[in-house]
Ligand binder design. Structure first.
Ligand code: NAD
Length: 341
């Protein structure tokens, strides 16, 4: 595109240093005037976005129907999600007000898949405990016994890009990898060394259950009291997808009884407003989260599975290309609509 309308300006919300480091060069190359804001976008902060034709938001920003209505009235045309998920934007309201929403469908499935397997290994071999023990001069091995991944049964829920890669890596351990997806792709799953089974069979038979499906009304709390009852005693649950897939109260209940062996979670259902910030000087108000932190067999990370140099570069490049395409009146393949997300 030769020139950008001088009135065009992009506001980037929830900006961190690592975002600027990767986005700025791409935006400069495309000559897109940009304001970086550290603020998280929600109904309270939405007036900060007034007058910008385009805004760029991340996973825990929230753009509600009323926010879209307000901003559309002030000239908002494009919402650029610098993530794959889009559950945080009211797509129906966006369509109603002619606001186009584009995302970054795949920036590095490797980053997330490798992280999911990292959590499995950390929990299995108790690396989180060993790290702190050795630093305090405690070289006892008591309580650090793990299990061979070889020949364990690992269940992948959701066989999209990340699920398939996670399955493929697990195959490298010589594990038996089974999977479930309501929209199966038998050929691609077979390439990753995975076999489809029903969800109930997966839950009942796997030593490790790893979640890789999107958060939607149909998947909200898919891991709940009922599904946890079906699982093997001592099961390990890994969630690098979206926190809302797991009912936290049910998880705590089954951790207390010992039914669940280990939990690795990079995402948490009430992470919005908590994650991505340094809150170490504040009193933690979330009692369920506090309880989760007390379990020695739960590893929580703050939504960092995506965070590799390669992923950040891809996010920046795709986001800027989305803007250029939208400005030229094209429909990027990464457009999301209420009818066809
Ligand atoms: P994808 O769209 O490629 O695959 C998702 C798969 O889930 C699809 O095959 C879909 O058919 C399947 N699915 C839909 N409903 C399902 C259900 N009820 N049960 C089982 N499977 C179902 O997505 P992806 O790129 O592989 O991403 C997977 C998840 O990872 C998404 O939730 C995304 O938000 C999350 N994610 C997390 C991070 C992070 O940093 N933690 C980064 C990127 C993506």
């Amino acid at each position: 595109m030769d020139t950008i309308d001088p009135k065009f300006r992009l506001a980037v919300f929830s900006t961190k240093k690592y975002d600027i480091a990767h986005l700025q060069p791409e935006l400069d190359r495309a000559k897109i005037p940009t304001t970086f804001l550290q603020t998280r976008l929600d109904d309270e902060t939405v007036p900060l976005a007034e007058g910008y034709p385009a805004i760029c938001i991340f996973v825990n920003d929230e753009l509600s129907a009323s926010g879209i209505e307000l901003l559309a009235g002030k000239g908002l045309r494009f919402v650029l999600l610098r993530c794959a998920g889009f559950n945080n934007v009211d797509l129906t309201a966006a369509a109603k007000h002619g606001v186009r929403v584009a995302r970054v469908p795949a920036y590095s499935p490797y980053a997330v898949a490798e992280f999911a397997v990292g959590l499995m290994l950390m929990l299995n071999r108790n690396l989180h405990k060993a790290y702190t023990r050795v630093r305090t001069g405690n070289f006892s091995l008591e309580g650090l016994t793990g299990f061979d991944m070889y020949r364990k049964r690992i269940g992948i829920v959701g066989t999209g890009k990340i699920g398939r890669l996670t399955g493929k890596i697990c195959n490298g351990f010589g594990a038996e990898v089974v999977c479930y997806d309501p929209f199966p792709n038998v050929e691609l799953a077979a390439e990753a060394g995975m076999t489809y089974v029903g969800l109930d069979e997966l839950l009942a038979s796997c030593d490790i259950v790893s979640l890789h499906c999107p958060l939607m009304p149909s998947t909200f709390h898919m891991i709940n009291n009922e599904s946890l009852e079906k699982m093997k005693n001592g099961v390990m649950i890994i969630n690098t997808s979206r926190g809302g897939l797991i009912d936290t109260q049910a998880l705590i209940k089954h951790l207390k009884t010992g039914k669940i062996g280990q939990v690795g979670m990079d995402v948490y259902e009430n992470e919005s407003g908590l994650y991505f910030e340094d809150t170490s000087d504040d009193v933690l108000q979330d009692d369920a989260f506090s309880r989760l932190l007390t379990f020695h067999n739960v590893c929580i990370t703050g939504h960092q599975a995506f965070l590799t140099r390669e992923a950040l570069s891809n996010i920046a490049a795709t986001t800027v290309q989305n803007i250029l395409d939208l400005l030229e009146g094209k429909t990027p393949s990464s457009i999301v609509t209420a009818e066809n997300p």
